[in-house]
Design a binder for this molecule. Structure first.
Ligand SMILES: [Cu+2]
Length: 123
């Protein structure tokens, strides 16, 4: 096989055997505070935007401080005006690093999960 024919065969194989497209699931698109960011003042809520609409009953978010204590104030709720957005209220946060864990069920019945941190800066 020539190099070009091999490349074409590999490209075709990649198309045929590619896994289900990742855009078929709800992944985290962005958040506020942003993933990995440092915010100067403690936010009162964490907002998470996903790539697909979510099923509220099976979607949750926890925020913990460095000691592992939960700092979200109640459960995450879906924005009634935006089914792709989860909002969770936060207790008053001291400066430090916080870990966000999310687990969501999208309307296509697939679950996805992930985690990230953000930091509340010292004044
Ligand atoms: Cu999916």
């Amino acid at each position: 096989m020539t190099t070009r024919a091999t490349a074409a065969a590999l490209a075709l194989a990649a198309l045929l055997f590619a896994p289900a497209p990742i855009w078929a699931h709800a992944f985290l698109d962005h958040s506020d505070p942003a993933v990995g960011s440092t915010v100067p003042a403690a936010p009162q809520a964490l907002n998470l935007w996903f790539t697909q609409e979510l099923e509220p009953a099976f979607s949750w978010v926890t925020v913990t401080d460095k000691s592992g204590a939960t700092v979200n104030d109640g459960s995450a709720a879906i924005d009634p005006n935006d089914q792709t957005k989860l909002i969770v209220k936060l207790k008053p946060l001291d400066p430090g690093t916080y870990t966000v864990k999310w687990h969501v069920l999208s309307v296509d019945t697939h679950t996805t999960e992930g985690d990230f941190t953000f930091q509340v800066g010292k004044g």
